[in-house]
Write a protein that binds this ligand. Structure first.
Ligand SMILES: [Zn+2]
Length: 277
């Protein structure tokens, strides 16, 4: 497994996240109008934190990997972790006291020597013991955007049913608006590209939700990728890419009409790989 000490390759994905319904991203603040104010920049442009997008990609990917019998944690599940696919638990899922005796440096070395100590999701999105290969900047709207007010009933986290007597107000950005999307992945290999592609394809299908209120139907969005480019996996020495003066010299670009096919190729190569490989 590639580690992080040297840059080997970089993939840059860009596009737009189109809202399929209203979205609420909490800022953790309330004001005189609403209980939960939408996250906004200091000049009042709404944004989705990159960490929220990454968390959503991660949790959608976990569910899919488990359903196709690939090793994955289920980090955001409340249920006790018992992964039927992996022989041993992913390090991420082990309790702190099970790992307490091992130093962080030693854990990292163990992972590099035996990558399968981590599940496939953690190989891409990281864990407390291993950095993420994927960076997603905050998705900030280019302009100020009208925010509407919504009331919502409280949802019981355990049962997913409506909790009685709780009415909660929040700002939403309405359906039809879009947020710019960017994702940078480094030191990717066929396995990690395949896992990433599975998440991105789900995001492109529109069956994808971001934000804590997804259980109430908020936050559905659909990714449209307009550009995918990479360097480092094209046989050209890295120093030539780093010193390149134009985008064309720097990156190999996947034509827009070939992006979905490319993602499916990466995903199917991963899905069809048996554990022996
Ligand atoms: Zn894991």
């Amino acid at each position: 497994m590639l580690d992080f000490t040297e840059l080997q390759n970089r993939y840059v994905f860009e596009g737009n996240l189109h809202l399929q319904g209203a979205m609420h991203i909490g800022s953790g603040r309330s004001d005189e109008e609403v209980d939960s104010v939408f996250a906004c920049t200091s000049d009042n442009r709404p944004y989705i934190p990159g960490s929220s997008i990454r968390g959503a990609l991660r949790s959608h990917t976990e569910r899919i990997l488990l359903s196709i019998r690939k090793p994955s944690c289920l980090l955001f599940s409340d249920s006790t972790f018992e992964n039927p696919v992996m022989e041993t638990k992913c390090l991420t899922a082990q309790k702190p006291d099970e790992l307490a005796e091992i130093e962080q440096d030693e854990l990292y070395e163990n992972i590099m020597a035996n990558p399968d100590l981590l599940c496939d999701t953690c190989k891409v999105y990281g864990s407390p013991h291993f950095a993420s290969r994927v960076k997603i900047p905050d998705a900030i709207r280019a302009e100020q955007t009208p925010l509407n007010k919504r009331f919502n009933t409280g949802i019981n986290r355990e049962t997913g049913t409506v909790a009685s007597g709780v009415l909660f107000s929040m700002n939403v950005v309405e359906k039809g608006n879009a947020f710019p999307f960017k994702l940078i992945a480094e030191n990717m290999e066929p396995l990690t590209l395949g896992v990433l592609a599975i998440g991105l394809l789900e995001m492109m299908s529109g069956e994808f939700w971001i934000g804590a209120k997804a259980a109430t139907g908020l936050g559905q969005c659909k990714l449209e990728l307009s550009s995918v480019k990479y360097f480092g996996d094209d046989g050209v020495p890295l120093r030539q890419h780093i010193l390149a003066t134009t985008e064309t010299e720097k990156f190999t670009v996947i034509p827009q009409n070939a992006i979905a096919t490319k993602l499916r190729d990466w995903a199917s190569a991963y899905i069809n790989t048996t554990e022996e490989n």
